[in-house]
Design a protein around this ligand. Structure first.
Ligand code: URA
Length: 300
């Protein structure tokens, strides 16, 4: 087949073996991955990578769908930074399509942003999803005509999904070194299928029936501290990866969901740099069964 021919609709790759949405192939992605939400954050953190081969640049590839992959080394260890954008469907692309092009055991850490629900998570905290994350889903069956009563609850809560304990603890340890112990905490994350309705935000334009959502969440999960849109998908896929993926996540609290305060852009960027380096260090220090990385020099 030619370069872009796709022959298998079950898992589409082109004639070069490039995945359909991320566009990468074997040899271009490391088995340690930092997943971030924005291109700006990825390029800022790529400043901490060295080229995989001295004298060459970092590997960078942006797919037609806007997924940017940057591969290099962090303190000598092969590592990729990948722009995941937002939401569960994008997290699904990133985990599955990278799994398809990487050999051996993988470690994936997400660095994201979130809303803080309650202490110890505060505006500006870096919060590690330890013990894990649960999922809040909007249920369309509950929404008939406006005002119509339904016996179906408008939102459902999944059970908690665990994160990798060692990777989560390494993330907290590295983050405490860079942000100070008071800047880091941990707790259960809630991943929502929308920034708006299923995170309890309301406007007059939509009938969302979410007035009591955050109170219901805290009643069901009093230990929930953060709200965002990707972590539960990452942890669920790692759990179902037949032992081949270890995953953890940390999020910077940029919205306070009690006061509705929002973190300033300068402070957010400072925290992204520090928390990002903590994620890179935690990944680099993680032992994986397989030392394979791209541009492997054959010495291990
Ligand atoms: N990301 C989210 O998903 N929610 C917030 O409140 C802030 C960042």
């Amino acid at each position: 087949p030619g370069k872009t021919d796709i022959t298998d609709a079950n898992f589409p790759v082109d004639g070069e073996g490039r995945t359909y949405h991320l566009g990468t192939k074997r040899g271009e992605v490391a088995n340690r991955i930092l997943s971030v939400g924005s291109e700006k954050r990825a390029l800022m953190l790529a400043e901490y990578l060295e080229p995989a081969v001295p004298g060459q640049g970092l590997f960078m590839l942006e797919s037609s769908r806007g997924f940017l992959t940057i591969t290099g080394r962090y303190h000598g260890t092969p590592l990729s930074i990948i722009v995941t954008h937002m939401g569960m469907a994008n997290a699904d692309f990133v985990v599955r399509e990278n799994r398809a092009v990487v050999e051996g055991e993988m470690a994936i850490v997400r660095l994201g942003t979130c809303g803080a629900l309650q202490p110890p998570a505060r505006l500006g905290s870096f919060v590690v999803a330890d013990p894990g994350a649960m999922l809040i889903r909007r249920n369309p069956d509950a929404f008939g005509l406006e005002g119509e009563q339904s016996d179906v609850p408008p939102y459902t809560f999944s059970r908690p999904i665990p994160s990798d304990t060692a990777l989560s603890q390494a993330l907290q340890h590295e983050a405490a070194l860079l942000l100070g112990p008071e800047g880091v905490c941990c707790g259960l994350n809630a991943t929502a299928d929308s920034f708006y309705s299923s995170q309890g935000r309301s406007t007059a334009w939509f009938d969302d029936r979410n007035e009591s959502l955050l109170a219901d969440l805290l009643c069901c999960y009093p230990e929930a501290v953060t709200l965002e849109m990707e972590t539960a998908m990452l942890l669920d896929l790692a759990r179902c990866s037949r032992g081949s993926i270890r995953a953890a996540a940390g999020v910077i609290a940029l919205a306070d969901r009690t006061s509705n305060d929002f973190l300033g852009a300068d402070r957010t960027q400072q925290l992204e740099r520090a928390a990002g380096q903590a994620c890179l260090a935690a990944l680099a220090h993680t032992q994986l069964d397989d030392t394979w990385g791209p541009h492997h020099n054959g010495s291990t």
